[in-house]
Design a protein around this ligand. Structure first.
Ligand code: ATP
Ligand code: MG
Length: 553
């Protein structure tokens, strides 16, 4: 068994499944991933997707994709398409066709009528506010609605009238008749059908009554033959309702619900509601902005499906709520990009170097590897000339002893090339350095300097080998670790979450068919395929080059 299988075999849910297999030799595992099509998928959803699909694979079972589409006011076909694309991108294939809870509206209506006929559901006429008030609280028991004891016949008639559109929105609703004193709030006569006059993306104008999530979910699971319905901990209390509905309707199959903890990730918000606020208020540029942890944002930032799946395996499945370090996600992408990124030089903030002892038309070519240890990734050519660019941060006029890069009177090695010494600088009228005049020691290719020194190495690009590039440097969107917990989370936005630099990459690498790059000494970047144009490439910084995440931490 490979490592990955072991990980999914070792969580508490697979222990449950193992026991179920021991008890029933004919069991065939069937899981599902049930998104509401009211936003894009994020890394938290990926945790649930990986769990459901990997368990199905591990036990030779099946995993359905089902859209939980019971609220036409918030749903949109664009989310349905984006969600499917993201799941495919992660590399998962769902069983058969895509399912929709709305496929089951006729069956759900029939089950609701069954409850009415058993005296277990009633049409209520309290207003939304009254329903809330009558429900009580954790400390205060609820009280019965005055409409709770209508006759079965009246309820059937009224429910039919609801279906026909003879009431207005909010005027009436259908409630399960359970127990207004229950210690589980969800069991205090939950609303199971409400009226919404709005076109639905699947059923169009066929229905004006819509089943509520809790009523729909368990019945949809049962209709699809789901054996293990895995959800996050906040549904723990809803389990009693889940089981109550299955018990009191004529379903043939009894799926079981198990809960695991949601993913919370440092410096991120994962609730779709909050993500939509960030988008609406233009703190970020849409659902695929690389600063938010949606799958499309992460993809655009340069995250690979393998890195995300690896992350989901590493965090494990438990019942403990905790905040996962962002560095763990970064560890996973570095590990993956280390194997596939093309190594090259880029200058983010160019400053010119004149090598005064070289001829004006001096040109030398070096062939350098695209990867330090994978020769199959090939090589590319770099050009060395009299005028080159280095990064502004690699030169300092005023420096301390610790500064190891280029300084006046100091030496530095140009990566793959020679040692140079800075002798003079030229400034513009604003006192900005525009030119550094250096001596190039042509006797240092692959060897130390005359006085046996080995100076620090910096990256560079010849003015004859540049291709314009915009570099988008991303930092955390929030400047606190747990913005999800804060009511006014917007006041913790990091104003420096995106810094743009305009510089160059080596012209000789743009031919290479790869979108992942490691700019030496800077970090991992990927080509932004949406905003890049013919004459200028846009690069998103995926992650810096910092030390690998320490898994023992
Ligand atoms: P959000 O709070 O972001 O709106 P949601 O739970 O309403 O999320 P759904 O589309 O209903 O979003 O989620 C589909 C599935 O993904 C559910 O089974 C849900 O439990 C799971 N899921 C959502 N967020 C997370 C998370 N942060 N960690 C793990 N699983 C999650
Ligand atoms: Mg939800």
């Amino acid at each position: 068994m490979n490592n990955k299988k072991k990980k999914y075999k070792n969580n508490f849910i697979s222990q449950i499944i193992n026991n179920d297999f021991d008890e029933d030799q004919n069991l065939s595992l069937h899981t599902r991933f049930p998104p509401e099509p009211n936003g894009y998928l994020h890394i938290g959803h990926a945790k649930s997707i990986c769990l459901n699909f990997e368990l199905a694979k591990l036990y030779n079972g099946k995993c359905n994709l089902r859209f939980d589409d019971t609220n036409p006011l918030k749903e949109n076909i664009k989310y349905i398409n984006a969600i499917q694309e993201d799941i495919k991108w992660l590399g998962y294939k769902w069983n058969n066709n895509v399912h929709y809870s709305s496929d089951y509206f006729p069956k759900l209506y029939k089950y609701a009528k069954e409850l009415i006929k058993k005296g277990l559901a009633y049409v209520d006429q309290l207003t939304k506010e009254q329903i809330r008030e009558y429900r009580g609280s954790l400390k205060k028991p609820g009280k019965n609605s005055p409409y709770r004891d209508r006759t079965i016949q009246d309820n059937i008639k009224l429910f039919q009238k609801m279906k026909k559109g003879e009431f207005s929105e909010g005027e009436v609703c259908l409630r399960a008749k359970i127990d207004m004193q229950s210690s589980f709030m969800v069991m205090r006569d939950p609303v199971i059908y409400r009226i919404i006059f709005s076109e639905h993306h699947q059923t169009k104008n066929k229905w004006c009554i819509y089943p509520m999530y809790d009523f729909t979910h368990c019945l949809s699971d049962s209709i699809e033959g789901i054996t293990h319905s895995l959800c996050t901990l906040e549904f723990q209390d809803n389990k009693s309702l889940y089981n109550w509905i299955l018990k009191n309707t004529s379903v043939k199959k009894y799926p079981k619900q198990y809960e695991f903890s949601r993913l919370n990730l440092e410096f991120c918000v994962l609730s779709k509601r909050k993500l939509s606020i960030l988008i609406k208020k233009k703190f970020v540029n849409g659902w695929n902005d690389p600063r938010i942890p949606t799958l499309s944002g992460l993809k655009r930032k340069g995250y690979t499906p393998a890195s995300i799946k690896n992350f989901c395996e590493n965090i494990g499945i438990t019942k403990q709520n905790n905040l996962i370090e962002f560095s763990m996600l970064e560890y996973c992408i570095r590990k993956d990009l280390n194997k596939i990124a093309i190594r090259t030089m880029a200058v983010l903030e160019p400053i010119k170097i004149y090598l005064y002892n070289l001829d004006d038309n001096y040109e030398e070519k070096f062939i350098v590897p695209n990867h330090p240890s994978i020769p199959e990734l090939g090589t590319h050519e770099i050009i060395f000339t009299k005028i080159i660019y280095i990064d502004r941060v690699d030169f300092q006029e005023k420096y301390n002893k610790k500064y190891k890069r280029l300084k006046l009177g100091g030496e530095v090695r140009l990566r793959y090339a020679y040692v140079i010494k800075a002798e003079k600088i030229e400034k513009d009228k604003y006192n900005n350095i525009v030119k550094i005049i250096c001596f190039c020691d042509l006797n240092t290719l692959g060897k130390k300097t005359k006085n046996n020194k080995n100076p620090a190495v910096i990256h560079w690009i010849s003015v004859n080998n540049t291709f314009p590039a915009e570099f988008r440097l991303y930092n955390h969107l929030f400047n606190i670790k747990n913005p999800e917990r804060e009511k006014n989370f917007l006041s913790y936005i990091n104003p420096k979450s995106l810094i743009i630099k305009n510089g160059f990459i080596e012209k000789t690498v743009i031919k290479i068919k790869n979108i992942f790059f490691q700019f030496e000494r800077i970090g991992y970047f990927c080509i932004d395929e949406i905003d890049s144009i013919k004459d200028k490439l846009v690069f998103n910084r995926t992650v810096g080059l910092r030390e690998l995440w320490n898994s023992k931490k």
